[in-house]
Design a protein around this ligand. Sequence first.
Ligand code: FMN
Length: 164
Amino acid sequence: MRFPLEVFDGVRAAFPAERPVWMRISATDWVEGGWDVEGTIALSRALEDRGCAAIHVTTGGVSPNQKIALGPGYQVPHAERVKRAVGIPVIAVGLITEPEQAEAIIADGRADAVSLARAMLYDPRWPWHAAARLGAQVIAPKQYWRSQPREYKDLFASAAYGQR
Ligand SMILES: Cc1cc2nc3c(=O)[nH]c(=O)nc-3n(C[C@H](O)[C@H](O)[C@H](O)COP(=O)(O)O)c2cc1C
């Protein structure tokens, strides 16, 4: 843990105090005898003690011996374990692709936020579609308002945008 903690302290000291710094942790190596979730929890607690603003829980491809149990939300259980161990916000990532799935992870208290990579590369308007499906609103530039689909009459929060 010494290296990431030193890096965190260095970045925290260099970055404006009123701005948050958080860390993305590879929760497990998915390899027998490698880094694991218990280590991640210990590191997360140490980071919280040092003023870390949030923990982003992922896993990296670090070994050809990895046996990753891939499936929807496959890393969320790790985020959930970290969330139970710390008081700072925890972000989950990994095959979160559906708006209802993302919403449930947060609503069920498994994580405080979700993060998407491949689903957003495939569809950069993912948040707009998710907002439409979940009945939320989007703050979009005025030039886009004419694109609002008939079935989502209140999708674009024009009033909120106008006040900016
Ligand atoms: C093209 C690509 C590049 C990525 N680069 C990084 C990276 O530099 N650092 C990192 O921590 N994760 C990286 N990731 C992992 C993603 O941030 C994310 O954690 C992972 O893809 C799982 O989320 P997803 O299922 O929503 O894609 C990358 C993923 C993709 C597809």
